[in-house]
Design a protein around this ligand. Structure first.
Ligand code: ADQ
Length: 482
């Protein structure tokens, strides 16, 4: 018979991301209120490692927050303000984020940024080292480690240097740009080599994976294979793992009294008009000005719709301290003001624009009553808002207008109306098509999308990535035995 020590315990998964999926508020010297927002991976005991999003420098604060978090399986990485500024605001958000989204920072901004690049890059590495130290303090033999996103491209390297047998995956949530864009990054090779130390590298789409492999072949001179990238006989697997949402959570929420009564309220408020919706973080990549201009063009060209349709645009401000983002906010406000001035009446305005985030029940109700969702991202890793909308549309069967530059276009393309957000006339025409689409067609398109969203869930995504990571290791071990 097996003795107790031979019975295998659940394998552990360490998920490492810049931000812990939690928001922590200090209530006293040693007490904290935590709001959690994370699932796990089915067959694993999951631990989360990341920055808690608050600046805590005193010992008492760090100790008490650590123990509050650890009870929930969260391990904090504390970063000081200087590091957050240089690593997070600097290298991550001002260098990698725009580059990965093909955002041409104005020449002069990019030139000015070049001067601080080296110190930001050092801070980036320093922060990645801090993450590595915390991961190593938690790591036990046999654990699987899953690193996330562009904030942590050095983490695989630091971890493998400390323990070459660690099973290690890295997933990018943003697009990976064409190698012709990527190669303009001054420290392009170091970053690529660091990521390549992982055993499995994942992207949302095949295109992003292909761009990454091209960058490795063209910049590092390595060999790209259908499996991934090969360097002196060592293969790093590269593949697409499209993310999903917890669709059940949305579907169940629609049955609750809170969401139902909210739906009634919204229906009353918007009675007699078709509702179009946009839900985005107020970010350059989301194409909010383009969306507004397309809506304006539609109202101009289809005056019969002017008092029969409205656009609700929810735009959560992010990075409000950054100049470019302030400029975007004013630009959006100016366009909204102009359109409402042109097409509004004493009774109502065509655009309802909110600069804030919504509670979950408000968001679900809004998704449920919406006739047309407008996603006009100029680049977007995936875009989960489009998935959430589909999950909430089983009754109404509304239409999704989706940018071809969102990763979601690869998965929801057959059910959505795909658009190029830069072509304002095309988007305006698509709005008309969406508003007048016959029910049979709406049902058919929705059926397709709903099937995808409810089967390709976040859970399936995580399970698939992690089990592929496990298989990759086994294959590599077999190869070395041969
Ligand atoms: P994001 O750029 O944040 O994510 P997205 O995938 O659309 O974009 O997810 C946004 C999330 O925030 C959604 O769950 C949405 O409900 C929520 N949200 C947005 N606006 C909100 C509001 N006003 N109120 C409340 N909630 C709001 C990054 C990449 C994406 C990629 C994801 C996941 O940029 O391309 O799909 O990671 O990998």
């Amino acid at each position: 018979a097996l003795s107790a020590k031979h019975v295998r315990e659940k394998q552990r998964l360490l998920v490492v991301a810049n931000r812990l999926p939690v928001s922590a508020t200090r209530k006293g010297e040693s007490s904290w209120a935590l709001e959690l927002s994370a699932g796990g991976v089915r067959q694993f005991e999951t631990r989360w490692i990341g920055w808690p999003g608050v600046n805590v420098q005193d010992d008492k604060g760090q100790k008490s927050l650590s123990s509050a978090l650890e009870e929930k399986g969260f391990i904090p990485v504390f970063l000081d303000e200087e590091t957050v500024d240089q690593y997070y605001n600097g290298y991550c958000n001002n260098v990698l984020w725009p580059l990965f989204h093909y955002i041409g920072l104005q020449q002069e901004d990019r030139l000015a940024a070049t001067r601080s690049l080296q110190s930001q890059f050092s801070a980036y590495k320093r922060a990645n080292r801090l993450f590595a130290e915390v991961v190593l303090s938690q790591y036990q033999d046999g654990d699987v480690v899953w690193c996330h996103d562009y904030h942590l491209m050095f983490l695989p390297k630091f971890l493998k240097e400390a323990n070459s047998r660690m099973k290690l995956g890295w997933f990018l949530h943003t697009p990976f740009p064409s190698s012709e864009i990527y190669r303009t990054l001054p420290l392009r090779s170091e970053l690529l080599k660091a990521v390549l130390t992982a055993d499995l590298i994942g992207f949302h789409t095949y295109d992003y994976a292909r761009h990454f492999v091209s960058a490795c072949t063209r910049i590092l001179g390595l060999e790209g294979t259908p499996e991934g990238v090969e360097d002196q006989g060592k293969l790093t697997r590269v593949a697409a793992f499209p993310i999903g949402i917890d669709s059940e959570r949305f579907i169940k929420a629609l049955e609750t009294d809170m969401v139902r009564s909210h739906i009634q309220k919204l229906r009353g408020r918007f009675a007699g008009r078709k509702v179009m919706l946009g839900v985005d973080r107020l970010d350059m990549i989301k194409g909010i000005p383009q969306k507004l201009l397309a809506f304006e063009k539609f109202l101009e060209e289809s005056p019969e719709w002017q008092d029969k349709v409205l656009l609700v645009q929810i735009a959560v401000p992010t990075r409000t301290d950054v100049h470019e983002y302030q400029r975007l906010t004013s630009q959006v406000h100016e366009i909204v003001g102009r359109i409402n001035g042109r097409f509004g009446t004493l009774g109502t305005v065509p655009i309802h624009h909110l600069d804030r985030s919504l509670e979950f029940h408000e968001l679900c109700a809004l998704y449920a009553i919406t006739d047309v969702l407008l996603v006009t991202s100029l680049r977007d890793g995936m875009n989960l808002v489009s998935y959430e909308y589909v999950a909430c549309q089983n009754t109404k069967k509304g239409v999704l207008i989706l940018s071809e530059f969102a990763g979601a276009a690869q998965s929801l393309g057959a059910g959505a109306i795909l658009i190029n957000p830069w072509n304002i006339s095309e988007v305006a025409a698509s709005i008309e098509d969406a508003l007048t689409m016959k029910e049979v067609e709406r049902k058919e398109r929705h059926r397709h999308n709903f099937m995808h969203v409810t089967t390709h869930t976040a859970q399936v995504w995580a399970d698939t990535f992690v089990s592929e990571l496990n298989d990759t290791i086994v294959e590599a071990e077999l190869r070395t035995l041969r």
